[in-house]
Design a binder for this molecule. Structure first.
Ligand SMILES: Cc1ncc(COP(=O)(O)O)c(C=O)c1O
Length: 388
């Protein structure tokens, strides 16, 4: 995104003309494969118009589900059966359905501190309590998870779900280490906790292969994993998927909304299936990785050059976000007020904490703006923070 093209922007959360928004954890629209998607849509309407425009199967378009199963087998060596994967209208819809079906009123949902603020809002729509567990540079702190589970249980609460984003987490950019992953599963088994693994950034990995997902490591059917085309293709498609034990997928696919709605976005799913069948998704993801890696590198170099002593930040190996920790002063909200006057916007940490905190944190997204805009924005932020 260039600064000029933001003038006509009507994104959720605003984006006034000429602003440099580090707010959006979005794909840069300049990277949408519009031409190829147009061709895929034409092809679908020409040869599969009737099924694509009709109500579909509750698990979603079979062709796309088969493509995803092949992709999971090729990329991660996963053998996913046909009844273990369903399409959803984005990962957000998968999360909403899972919280609705797999909790009862009064249950506790454990979340990371910090965690994706819109997911927290999504979970809060349900009659459950939230309990936050801290993160460090290796992801969810498993000892804290164990303590929190024990204290909740002793207090007579029922911890029912853990919502976690183990890869290139939103907002912190950190990844759950390979060592911690089996321990999370062990706790889930011990406390009969269902883990909702939100892995929407898995494909946007810049270097080393990621550790296997919790879903891949799970042998007891305690994990539901959410995926999405939002970050690897386009969020406007509103298309994602859920992997999980067949009995859970069956419940999700047969709940009222999915059944009466005829599966997730049939026309879009057919279009994406046609796009994938042409072999276009893999090179597209490679291109995204390259673009975002370049942006991440420029961004980290700019932070190094311009941030005053005392400011620290995470160095994500993928995804969209860098998480800053500021010294005691100035507060992130004070920096934001000054930054907005100079055309730079971002989110301060508070909305990412389910139980308070975050005043000294800043989430910056590097996915949405072109490298030179990113560098200029960081320079402005550095100048504001240096003046205190
Ligand atoms: C961790 C995480 N999960 C889910 C989503 C939303 O996914 P979808 O567009 O598929 O609903 C986002 C978007 O920012 C995200 O960061």
């Amino acid at each position: 995104m260039t600064v000029e093209s933001l003038a006509a922007d009507e994104l959720q959360g605003g984006g006034a003309a000429g602003m440099m928004p580090f707010v959006y954890g979005h794909v840069d629209p300049a990277l949408f494969p519009i031409k190829q998607l147009r061709q895929a849509l034409r092809e679908v309407l020409a040869v599969q118009g009737a099924p694509a425009l009709n109500y579909g199967a509750s698990l979603g378009c079979g062709e796309l589900r088969d493509y995803l199963r092949e992709k999971l087998s090729r990329d991660e060596g996963l053998g996913v059966e046909r009844d273990e994967l369903m399409l959803t209208s984005g990962a957000s819809a998968g999360l909403d359905t899972a919280v609705r079906l797999f909790t009862v009123p009064g249950d506790t949902v454990l979340v990371e501190a910090p965690s994706y603020h819109e997911a927290l809002a999504n979970i809060r729509d349900h009659p459950v309590k939230l309990a936050a567990v801290p993160l460090d540079k290796d992801g969810l702190v498993v000892d804290s998870l164990a303590e929190r589970l024990e204290s909740l249980t002793l207090a007579g609460e029922r911890p029912a779900l853990l919502y976690t984003i183990p890869s290139f987490q939103n907002p912190s950019g950190v990844t759950l280490s390979a060592e911690r992953r089996p321990r999370v599963l062990e706790l889930a088994r011990r406390y009969r906790l269902l883990v909702i693994e939100d892995d929407v950034y898995r494909d946007l990995c810049f270097h080393d292969p990621l550790p296997p997902s919790l879903y891949a490591l799970d042998t007891e059917g305690v994990v539901i994993r959410l995926g999405s085309f939002s970050k690897i293709l386009a969020p406007g498609l509103r298309l994602g998927w859920v992997l999980g034990p067949a009995e859970h997928i069956d419940r999700m696919a047969n709940c009222g909304l999915t059944l009466s709605g005829g599966g997730a976005n049939p026309l879009v799913a057919y279009m994406v299936a046609a796009y994938c069948r042409r072999g276009w998704l893999e090179p597209h993801i490679d291109g995204l990785r390259k673009s975002y890696r370049e942006r991440r590198d420029v961004f980290l170099a700019a932070l190094k050059a311009h941030m005053p002593p005392g400011v620290t930040w995470t160095e994500p190996g993928g995804g969209f976000f860098v998480w800053l920790t500021l010294p005691a002063s100035p507060a992130a909200s004070v920096v934001l007020a000054q930054a907005e006057r100079r055309g730079v916007t971002f989110l301060t940490g508070e909305p990412f904490y389910a139980e308070g905190g975050g005043e000294r944190h800043v989430r910056l997204a590097f996915s949405y703006l072109e490298p030179q805009v990113l560098a200029r924005g960081v320079e402005i932020l550095g100048d504001i923070m240096s003046r205190g």
